[in-house]
Design a protein around this ligand. Structure first.
Ligand SMILES: *Cc1c(COP(=O)(O)O)cnc(C)c1O
Length: 219
C-alpha cells in the first residue's frame, strides 16, 4: 500500500521536485516501510515525536521539521533536523541562531509565509521576510534556504493556484534582490490535496502525508 502510493507519486514528480514524506502521528512500522522503498526524507511537526523517531530510525534519514516550534523545544529538534521549514517568527529565528552559535552549527531554515486567506495560518508577511533578508548577515548561524507555505483551505483550485503563484513569484523576486544568498532557492509548497497544482507553480519540494500513509484519523 505505502509502496504503491510512493511509487505512484514518485512517477509523477519532475526530477526537480523532492518528496517529503510527512510521517507525523504515524507509527514507526509505516516509516520503515517507506524507508524500505527508498524514501529518505521525512517530515514531522511535533518536537518530541521527531526526537523519538530520529533515534529509532536508520541514521541516513533526512528529517525536516514542519510544525510550530516553541523556543523551549529547540533542543529536541535542532540536533536532528536537516531543515527547519516552519520558521514563522523573529523570536524563533533569533533563538535558532543563538542555539547554532552555542553549538557551533549553521541551521538550514525555510521562512514560512502567510499565503492563505484564513486568519489562523501562521507565517510571515512579505515585508517581514524582506526585513529579515536585508539583515541576513545578522544570523551567522542560520542558512536561509527558501520559503514554505500552505494554500488556503478550499476546494477552489483557482484560489490555491493564486496562493502558490504569489509565493513562487515572491521567491523569484527575492532571489533577484539577494543574489548573494545562494542557497535561497527552495519552495516548499504542495500537500496531498494540492501538490500537482504546487508543482505547476514551481514547487521544489512537496510535503505529502495522507496520500502516502493513509489518514491520521485518530487525530
Ligand atoms: C500535515 C502536514 C502536511 C501533509 O498533509 P497531508 O494533507 O496529509 O499531505 C504538509 N505540510 C504541513 C506543514 C503539515 O502539517
Amino acid at each position: 500500500m505505502i509502496s504503491e502510493n510512493l511509487h505512484k507519486i514518485q512517477s509523477e514528480l519532475p526530477a526537480t521536485v523532492k518528496l517529503l514524506a510527512v510521517s507525523k502521528f504515524q507509527p514507526l512500522e509505516k516509516l520503515l516501510e517507506a524507508y524500505q522503498c527508498g524514501q529518505r526524507r521525512f517530515g514531522e511537526n511535533r518536537p518530541q515525536e521527531l526526537a523519538l523517531k530520529a533515534v529509532q530510525m536508520p541514521q541516513d534519514v533526512e528529517w525536516h521539521f514542519i510544525g510550530h516550534l516553541q523556543t523551549n523545544k529547540l533542543k529536541l529538534v535542532l540536533p536532528y533536523a536537516a531543515l527547519v521549514e516552519s520558521v514563522d517568527s523573529l523570536h524563533l529565528l533569533e533563538s535558532i541562531n543563538d542555539w547554532g552559535a552555542v553549538h557551533d552549527r549553521v541551521i538550514p531554515v525555510l521562512l514560512e509565509m502567510h499565503i492563505a486567506a484564513e486568519q489562523s495560518k501562521q507565517g510571515f508577511y512579505e515585508e517581514e521576510v524582506l526585513d529579515i533578508l536585508f539583515q541576513a548577515g545578522k544570523y551567522a548561524h542560520v542558512r536561509f534556504c527558501g520559503l514554505m507555505g500552505m494554500a488556503s483551505h478550499t476546494d477552489d483550485e483557482e484560489v490555491i493556484r493564486a496562493d502558490f503563484t504569489r509565493i513562487a513569484s515572491y521567491l523569484d523576486y527575492l532571489r533577484d534582490l539577494f543574489p548573494d544568498l545562494e542557497d535561497f532557492r527552495e519552495l516548499s509548497i504542495g500537500m496531498s490535496g494540492d501538490w500537482r497544482i504546487a508543482i505547476a507553480c514551481g514547487s521544489t519540494e512537496v510535503r505529502i502525508g495522507s496520500s502516502i500513509f493513509g489518514s491520521r484519523d485518530n487525530h
